[in-house]
Write a protein that binds this ligand. Structure first.
Ligand code: NCD
Length: 305
């Protein structure tokens, strides 16, 4: 039985197979409409979510399966003090696969060790968010045609943003990928990413504060929200929140074919006037999230169509 805790749980070849499957699902949705008939997905969400939970549920429904679950810890037995290990043991009796989001780093991993069904990490604290990364990679691969030879700017809260940590981990496996890490001093990537992932693998990267000065170099600009819920102090959050605002003016410096991605939700870091720019790809990205989760469910349940 296989779980998904980190994007690195799949080899680059396995990811390639997953993306080919996702693109086929996109082109031939009818072919997959009954693939999961009789199967159930449990969504165990101990932390708020719109896209991730609903895209998992949409993915299972598109495959002809059904869904059950809870969307906040307060309405589950966690409120009575039940451990995730016990909860997953019980969910294993009700469902065939489980997507779990938890505010504590490592909670889905603990769950996977006790589970009788595949567990997917749908975001654990500030740590990882592997299915967002699968979404990001599928979007880049589908819209750019390749995942190698790219300069990727990642901008915003690089300290607490789990999507950033997972994405960097996954992208270093592709040839000639270069990172431009754009953040205020206080929100730089954690040292385990800078030293243990980037430096240890000899990956080209630079850290800068000003977005304008690097805009023209980028093939992808991955914007992120300042992660309010992970700040210890509200004043600090308020100081950081308006640090980057991508607007039409800044887009003048960008390449004609640069793609703007964002895992969403956006707060104020991309001005709505940018939404009409053909380079804005964040809503298409949300759509790719459904296809890749469909492909993932089929893969982990070992269902061939
Ligand atoms: C991200 C997350 O939950 O980490 N959202 C998502 O799943 N699309 C990004 C965020 O919340 O900022």
């Amino acid at each position: 039985m296989r779980h998904l805790m980190s994007p690195l749980d799949f080899t680059a070849d396995e990811l390639e197979q997953l993306f080919i499957l996702a693109n086929d699902i996109e082109k031939n949705p009818d072919k997959y409409a009954h693939a999961c008939e009789g199967k159930k997905l449990a969504s165990a969400f101990y932390e708020p979510s719109t896209r991730t939970r609903l895209s998992f549920e949409a993915a299972m429904l598109n495959l002809g399966g059904s869904v059950l679950g809870f969307s906040d810890a307060g309405s589950s037995s966690a409120a009575k003090g039940e451990s995730v290990a016990d909860t997953i043991r019980v969910i294993s009796c009700y469902a065939d696969i489980c997507a779990m989001r938890h505010p504590k780093e490592g909670a889905p991993l603990v769950a996977s060790q006790r589970s009788l069904i595949p567990v997917i990490n749908a975001g654990d604290g500030g740590h990882q968010h592997p299915t967002q990364t699968l979404t990001d990679l599928l979007t880049i691969r589908s819209m750019k045609g390749h995942l190698d030879n790219l300069t990727i700017g990642i901008c915003g809260d690089l300290k607490f943003g789990r999507t950033v940590h997972s994405l960097i981990n996954a992208l270093i496996r592709y040839a000639n990928v270069r990172f431009v890490l754009i953040s205020p001093e206080e929100l730089r990537v954690p040292s385990y990413i800078r030293d243990d992932v980037l430096k240890a693998n000899d990956i080209s990267f630079k850290e800068v504060v000003r977005l304008e000065e690097v805009m023209g170099e980028l093939d992808i600009l991955y914007m992120t929200r300042v992660q309010r819920e992970r700040f210890f102090n509200e004043e600090e959050y308020l100081r950081m929140k308006g640090f980057y605002i991508l607007d039409k003016e800044k887009m003048k410096y960008a390449k004609e074919d640069m793609l703007i991605l964002h895992p969403l939700p956006r707060v104020n870091e991309i001005s709505v006037e940018v939404d009409d720019d053909p380079r804005a790809a964040y809503f298409q990205q949300a759509q790719y999230g459904v296809y890749v989760r469909m492909a993932l469910i089929l893969t982990l349940l070992n269902i061939k169509v």
